[in-house]
Write a protein that binds this ligand. Structure first.
Ligand code: ADP
Length: 548
């Protein structure tokens, strides 16, 4: 027997319609690329998304057509989130921090018809545009007065396009399984692969993001979105915020500690989302300038942190805000596990509570997780067994765009994440490594994440990277690279002494090297591939010189 309820499709346009009708005055504040702070609202974003939809239709963009963006977190980029997807076209958010050849690959692979870009990327666009045969036009995300000089037969001005349209573009209804956003994984090995989100997946994901035991986003919140709109849909927050009418604060291109702090202060931000490096930058800035800053209006209540492991050292330095540790990936829309506490943890002292928060969290409703051995057999949830982390659920990918990478699910629909983890009796997942980053010493595994977390616990260390490098006897041994805080240094021996009671003896790095900078990928993770290359001979050489 069928239920007798309406079959309204779960479309992203329903979110902006809802926000416009019920939270029209809720603010959207953004740092523009041109300089000034822009103050707008959900009502205004909805109206302009409607104009954009009209403009796109006039340009001949229809259902399923790909439209790319190379843009920061700004109100205009938010309008694109709704204007493009609302007419059934596919928004392809491109990470501008990637190398130009990778971006070229993605634009060609996606066959984008139009590219919307921020002025910061004019040179990049000038270089790329002639190489993308599918591109019919370029749209500069600015007004007439700021139009860049760029030699292209169809260079358009965003504000001119919008001005020519009416706000009342009716959002069409279509199949909720239609594609909405396309986001490529960075492809640290091989070519980037496209994850193609459906409307249904992102809408269901928004319910989870907004829920009290999710990110608990509400209309009382003012949320600072540091996680880029080009990184896995900014973790679904634009949609969750539209669902509940939360105020959003968009930092544009200014992501340094001082700029983020002043925006947070001015806009009374209650939550913020971003990768650990951003928070290290911000909290280090606050710490160093404590005396000069007015912290009395600092309202930050929760910090959503994911993308890389949030070390203990970060969890206890958040100036009173609760660090909500999350794990996910582009392929999981991205929220999969969240570090919420259980009732039994409420009485714990701070240190014990931080131990829980340092884990990657428990699965949210909608995502199932398990760990398996290399043969695919399930391993127990005992907090000890280490296995390959697999996930499945309605917002987990079923395959990559254009079939790249072949079949990605096993018979039970499980997706192998490429991460290695334990799961404890309460369901908390602890990531020990990415499978390819594990340090394999004499047949045993050493967790690079554990080593790094222990190293950044040192008060003078800002960032650390542990990599496995070839060793003549042990196959691989750990090498630790550290970046110290300004004006201080830590010797090799001091670091080894510091680590001695924090990790097993055989985990102690064979060498510790201080560096000025550590390389990062375009999504803010440590770039271990390049480090492994640079230091490939480090231990072999040390051994042959009799130093290790
Ligand atoms: P990319 O590979 O393009 O950087 P993703 O953001 O999809 O893109 O990366 C997902 C990966 O990031 C996960 O598979 C995992 O290795 C890592 N990751 C995400 N969140 C965490 C976390 N909280 N702790 C440790 N690693 C994480």
């Amino acid at each position: 027997m069928q239920g007798l309820m309406q079959k309204t499709p779960l479309l992203l346009s329903s979110l902006i319609t809802h926000a416009a009708e019920n939270h029209a005055k809720a603010e959207i504040v953004g740092q523009s690329v041109e300089g000034p702070i822009v103050r707008t609202s959900w009502g205004e974003v909805a109206a302009r998304a409607g104009r954009l939809a009209g403009a796109l239709t006039r340009l001949g963009v229809g259902a399923g057509d790909r439209v790319a963006t190379l843009a920061w977190n700004t109100p205009r980029h938010l309008e694109l989130y709704f204007g493009v997807t609302g007419i059934g076209a596919v928004l392809h958010t491109v990470n501008p921090r990637l190398f130009a050849p990778q971006i070229e690959y993605m634009l060609r692979h996606a066959e984008d018809g139009y590219l919307f870009f921020d002025l910061s990327f004019t040179d990049l666009v000038a270089e790329l545009a002639p190489k993308i045969p599918s591109l019919r036009g370029l749209i500069a995300l600015t007004d007439r007065a700021h139009m860049p000089t760029l030699d292209h037969p169809n260079l358009l001005c965003y504000e001119d396009l919008l001005a020519a349209e009416s706000e009342a573009h009716p959002w069409p209804l279509f199949d909720e399984n239609a594609a909405s956003i396309l986001c490529y994984t960075s492809g640290t090995t091989g070519n980037p692969k496209g994850v193609l989100y459906s409307h249904r997946a992102l809408l269901l994901h928004s319910f989870c993001a907004a829920a009290a035991d999710g990110l608990a986003v509400s209309c009382l919140d003012s949320g600072l979105l540091v996680v880029p709109l080009f990184h896995a849909n900014a973790w679904g927050l634009p949609f969750a915020a539209a669902m509940v009418g939360a105020k959003l604060v968009l930092p544009g291109p200014r992501l340094d500690g001082a700029s983020l702090f002043s925006l947070m202060q001015a806009e009374r931000c209650t939550f913020a989302a971003g990768v650990p490096t951003v928070w290290f930058g911000l909290f280090d800035y606050i710490d160093r300038n404590r005396a000069a800053l007015d912290l009395s209006t600092f309202r930050l209540d929760r910090v959503l942190c994911g993308g890389s492991a949030a070390p203990r050292a970060l969890i206890n330095e958040t100036f009173g805000a609760f660090l909500l540790h999350a794990w996910g990936m582009t392929e999981t829309s991205p929220i999969a596990t969240l570090g919420r506490l259980l009732p039994k943890h409420l009485g714990l002292d701070r240190e014990a509570r931080y131990d829980i928060q340092a884990k990657q969290g428990r699965p949210v409703y909608g995502v199932e997780v398990c760990i398996t051995d290399p043969e695919g057999r399930r391993l127990p949830r005992d907090g000890k067994a280490v296995g390959h982390l697999r996930v499945r659920g309605p917002w987990v990918t079923a395959g990559y765009f254009k079939g790249e990478g072949g079949i990605v699910l096993d018979d039970g629909n499980w997706f192998d994440t490429g991460d290695v983890a334990t799961i404890d009796e309460d369901g908390y997942v602890t990531l020990t490594d990415r499978a390819k980053d594990i340090i394999k010493s004499g047949g045993e595994w050493i967790s690079s994440i554990d080593l790094e977390n222990a190293a950044v616990g040192h008060p003078d260390v800002l960032e650390a990277a542990a990599i496995g490098v070839p060793h003549p006897k042990w196959v691989e041994r750990p090498l630790l690279l550290i970046r110290c805080k300004e004006g201080v240094s830590v010797t090799r021996q001091a670091m080894l002494d510091f680590l001695a009671d924090k990790v097993a003896r055989w985990w102690l790095p064979d060498d510790v090297i201080t560096v000025d900078e550590l390389p990062h990928t375009a999504t803010g993770k440590l770039s271990k591939v390049s480090l492994r290359k640079t230091y490939a001979d480090h231990l072999r050489k040390a051994v042959s010189d009799g130093l290790a």
